[in-house]
Design a protein around this ligand. Sequence first.
Ligand SMILES: Nc1ncnc2c1ncn2[C@@H]1O[C@H](COP(=O)(O)OP(=O)(O)O)[C@@H](O)[C@H]1O
Ligand SMILES: [Mg+2]
Length: 433
Amino acid sequence: MRSFLRYVLSIFPIILLVTGGAASIGGWNWAWGSLALIMAAIAARDAWKLQQLHRWLQDHNLSPGYSARRTWEQVFGRLHSLEKRYDENQMRLSEASQRFEQALALLPIGTVILDRSERILWCNPAAERHLHIDLTRDRQQSLPYLIRRPEFQDFLEHRPATENHTILRGRHGQDLTLMLQLVRYNDEERMLVTHDITQLERDEKVRQDFVANVSHELRTPLTVIGGYIETLQTSGPLPPTTLDKILDTVASQAQRMQHLVEELLSLSRLESQTGVAPLTPVALSSLLSQVPPTARQLSQERHTITVSMAEENFLQGIESELLSAFGNLVANAVRYTPTGGSIDISWSLQEGSGIFSVRDSGIGIDAEHIPRLTERFYRVDRARSRDTGGTGLGLAIVQRIAQHHEASLMIDSTPGKGSTFALHFPAHRITSN
Ligand SMILES: Nc1ncnc2c1ncn2[C@@H]1O[C@H](COP(=O)(O)OP(=O)(O)O)[C@@H](O)[C@H]1O
Ligand SMILES: [Mg+2]
């Protein structure tokens, strides 16, 4: 309304001037004539403008069926659909941006948008977690001010062209390793991408330790064998008793290497398995009859070994794997129980689940070691384990087999008194016939 008044007021002096001039030259008739001419010119100009607007709206293809008549209605109709289309677009845009934000929120990779002065413009929740920032609190804050680590500040300032990432370790006393990357996507802004590589680094460390352990385990017997072979090559003829001794040692070292390689192969086979063991029934009486003979052979009558079975059941799984797990637990009991001790092997049922347990009256284990016993090559007493022919892989194998059979390995031990190692199998793997 105000713009209309302004328009009228702006043309009013011109009308006054022209009609006044015409009146003074040719009287009232001239004045009316010129007024009519001015009005006709204004009407023609508006009609032309309206036509232009109409054509422009038509170009935007808002609605079909242009008619020269009722142009005003057409124009208003088209403006209305333009507004509707604008609203629809707005809605679609805000939906898309919502979806995008949701996706970014779920992304495990952190992203921070930084301005030229390294101030935070925006970041996703993963970046908040990784960098310990809070977008609502820290927006517009300088990121190097919040992360006061020289290596990080150096990376932001002088990121070398060849290396576009850096590693940031253990902030806020956390065991968190981050890989940071910088991406420049326009002149004003940069994006910092953060990846949590803690687990990757841990896995890499486990792999390196594993290779180092295997090499170490193989080196000892190889050194012994190598040393004796050299002795045989360089010394003159040896008395038969010495020769027998040397050959015995070489044979036992070779056996040790063979045992290690066999355990490594079986562990690697178990680790490459996916899914769970098939449900093939295996009679427990058969399993329990196969374990004690090996144990007795290892014990050489130094221990009292008993076997008890609450009732005959069938355990669903792979017989060779179950035998290997049971055998490992029983062998450990024999090896870590001094002469005169007892070893009780039992099968029982508890609320539908089946428990295979081996209880010994041996040396026991300090509580601090228990959570690590199933790690590959972890041994409480390395020398003692080696002396008894251990490789440090037995419990890692047992653990894998347990996982494969959806079972859990429970360890209960008192130093100096003895230990109980028990495998708990779920009810659906136990049948009575
Ligand atoms: N019954 C047990 N009593 C005491 N310590 C045990 C027993 N079983 C296992 N351990 C400890 O757990 C470690 C890991 O066992 P395992 O993986 O079978 O390797 P190893 O080849 O040394 O027996 C052993 O070195 C030993 O220190
Ligand atoms: Mg063992």
